[in-house]
Design a binder for this molecule. Structure first.
Ligand code: ZN
Ligand code: FE
Length: 256
């Protein structure tokens, strides 16, 4: 079982640090310096880098980390350009990494196209590292994929167990929940969550990880079949079909 802690980086990214004894892996290192600080400060050796997609804020630190830990394995999407990638992945694989004398990682790779075409999520030990696909209270923008592809990706993630911890790559929760409340002002679980999140942010605390159960109760992008969400999308001139509802919500959020 690995421990997971956030390393805040850049403007609002989290680089997730997975550690077991003295071995570590990081997910989506957009910057090397804050990771190296933690590795050195805690005497950890970096065994692996996991990348969800090609955007710079998720891989900009790979070069610097490889200079510090040249033997680290770099996992990333096969169909995207990822610096130093040693293990190209397409989804459906199992990523295993045995550090000396122990198993550090055993993760399933899930293809989640939409934000980018090759976007991957990594799932194991009850944790989901989903990059910019599913956010706490929201989802990523559709830079490369269609609404249909992104909706299917989110449904794939939502099918995992409810107690799955959601480790996404950005601290966007507060703004996401403001939008969610515009979609579903009558959702009491959402209102409670928005209050909790506002209190956490006021103290400067990360709002992650979330859980899939919490997301399913309050994230409008996972609620495209709920009557209130459908009605809110229809009021903006769309049809009942969940993909159309999803597309309408994503459009609305872009200009919210
Ligand atoms: Zn991105
Ligand atoms: Fe990002």
């Amino acid at each position: 079982m690995f421990d997971v802690t956030p390393i805040p980086a850049l403007k609002d990214n989290y680089i997730w640090l997975l550690r077991k004894d003295a071995s570590a892996a990081v997910v989506d290192p957009g910057d090397a310096a804050p990771v190296i600080d933690v590795l050195q400060g805690e005497g950890l050796s970096l065994a692996a880098i996991l990348v969800t997609h090609h955007h710079q804020d998720h891989q900009g630190g790979i070069d610097g980390l490889l200079a510090h830990a040249p033997s680290a394995t770099v996992f990333g999407p096969a169909q995207e350009f990822i610096t130093g990638r040693t293990h190209p992945l397409r989804g459906g694989e199992r990523v295993r990494l045995a550090a000396p004398g122990l198993d550090l990682l055993d993760l399933q790779v899930i293809a989640v196209p939409g934000h980018t075409l090759g976007h991957l999520a990594y799932y194991g030990e009850g944790g989901l590292f989903c990059g910019d696909t599913l956010f706490a209270g929201g989802c990523g923008r559709l830079f490369e994929g269609t609404p249909r592809a992104m909706f299917a990706s989110l449904e794939r993630l939502a099918a995992l167990p409810g107690d799955t911890r959601v480790y996404c790559a950005h601290e966007y929760t507060e703004a996401n929940l403001r939008f969610a409340l515009a979609v579903e002002p009558g959702n009491r679980a959402l209102r409670r969550r928005a209050d909790e999140v506002a209190a956490m942010r006021a103290k400067g605390l990360p709002t992650l990880p979330s859980t899939l159960a919490v997301e399913k109760a309050s994230n409008p992008f996972l609620r495209c079949r709920e009557p209130d969400v459908v009605a809110a999308a229809r009021a903006r001139g769309t049809e009942n079909d969940p993909v159309a509802v999803f597309a309408a919500l994503r459009e609305w959020k872009n200009s919210f």
